[in-house]
Each structure stands twice: as C-alpha cells, then as structure tokens.
Design a protein around this ligand. Structure first.
Ligand SMILES: CC(C)(COP(=O)(O)OP(=O)(O)OC[C@H]1O[C@@H](n2cnc3c(N)ncnc32)[C@H](O)[C@@H]1OP(=O)(O)O)[C@@H](O)C(=O)NCCC(=O)NCCS
Length: 171
C-alpha cells in the first residue's frame, strides 16, 4: 500500500549539480543489472537525452531520462523531419530507496508520458518505449498499469544476467 506524499513532488529539468544524486540512485538501484553508475552520468551529458528530477521541499527523490529516435524502416528512403516516425525512449526511471512506494515513481512516469506527448509539437512521436529486467516485477506492474505492453521478441540480457524485456505504449 502506498504511503501518500503530503504534496505531489515537483518535477523539473535536471541540472549539472544533480549528477551526484542521479549517480548515487543509479548505483543503489541498478548495480545488480549493470554498471549504471558509469553509464547514466554519460547519458546525462548526451545532447539528445532529457533528464528530469522529482523533488520535495528541495530534496531530490528520483529521476527520469528520456531520449528520442527514428523508427522508420532502416532501408527507408530519407524523409523530411515531419514525415519520419519517432519513438521516445524512457532510458531510466528511478526513485531513491527511502522514497519508494509513495507515488513518486508513478508521478515521474506520468511526467515522462506527458513529455513524450509534448514533443509531438516538434516531432511525430508515435510511442514511448522502455527496457526492463524480467525480474523487476514492481516496475513491470507500474508500467503495465500505465498502459505499457510487452514487445514480442528477444531483446537481449542485462550484464547481471537478467533477461531484458521491451515495453511500449502509444503516445
Ligand atoms: C520502479 C520504481 C521507479 C517505482 O517507484 P515508486 O515510487 O516506488 O512507485 P510508486 O509508489 O509510484 O508506485 C507505482 C507502482 O509501482 C508498484 N509498486 C510500488 N511499490 C510497490 C511495492 N512495495 N511492492 C510491489 N509493487 C509496488 C505498484 O504497481 C504501484 O502502483 P499502485 O500503488 O497503484 O499499485 C522504484 O521502485 C525504483 O526506483 N526501482 C528501482 C529502479 C527501477 O527498477 N526502475 C525501472 C526500470 S528502468
């Protein structure tokens, strides 16, 4: 059962000063599947990745990372931006363990969905995709409740040996 926060956490774009928090959460929650303490700060620096932080009374609680890529057939002829199809990719969503099960993850997820939808003003974004370990029942339940469905097929393995699942949701 969720312990509700007294007020909804604020979600804002991340700043360089948030990297230590983001790295710390990544180490705390993703170390069993791979070296995300290294990978996630690298994604943070990438121009095509947008990072958002949830905070409550100035204290950071969690973050999301969102990227976008073209999903046209690889052999398709080059198209103008407006003719191409894009997917948003939820590269990471994580909440600091002390704040789990209080609604922060769902709030971050709703914000990521809204951000992907807002991007449609500039890009024809058709869907929001993500990868999740098959062992991560909690996250899979949250994603399913938000309208994500499994993408059929083999999607590889995490470094920790977990099978990677892909999920998608129309935008
Ligand atoms: C997955 C994660 C982001 C969820 O964040 P959270 O703030 O704990 O989740 P919320 O409190 O918003 O709950 C969202 C849903 O998650 C599930 N959930 C949350 N806490 C749970 C618990 N203790 N047990 C089982 N399911 C739980 C439920 O489906 C819940 O929805 P409901 O309350 O309507 O039933 C968080 O657990 C986390 O950071 N996990 C580690 C990182 C990770 O696995 N990221 C996802 C893969 S990229």
């Amino acid at each position: 059962m969720n312990r509700a926060l007294p007020g909804a956490p604020r979600i804002r774009p991340a700043e360089p000063s948030d990297v230590a928090f983001i790295r710390g959460v990544a180490v705390a929650v993703f170390s069993h599947i791979g070296d995300y303490g290294t990978i996630i700060p690298e994604w943070f620096e990438h121009d095509g990745v947008s990072t958002f932080v949830a905070e409550e009374q100035g204290a950071p609680l969690g973050f999301t990372m969102l990227g976008f890529y073209r999903i046209d057939a690889p052999d398709a002829a080059p198209k103008s931006g407006s003719d191409s199809a894009y997917a948003a990719d939820l590269l990471a969503i994580a909440v600091t363990p002390d704040a789990h099960s209080r609604g922060v993850g769902r709030r971050l997820l709703d914000h990521a969905i809204a951000s992907a939808r807002a991007a449609q003003k500039k890009l024809p974004v058709r869907e929001l995709r993500l990868s999740v370990a098959d062992t991560n029942a909690r996250a899979r339940r949250m994603f399913a409740a938000a309208g994500f469905v499994d993408v059929v097929g083999e999607h590889g393995w995490y470094d920790g040996g977990q099978r990677a699942l892909h999920m998608t949701r129309p935008i």
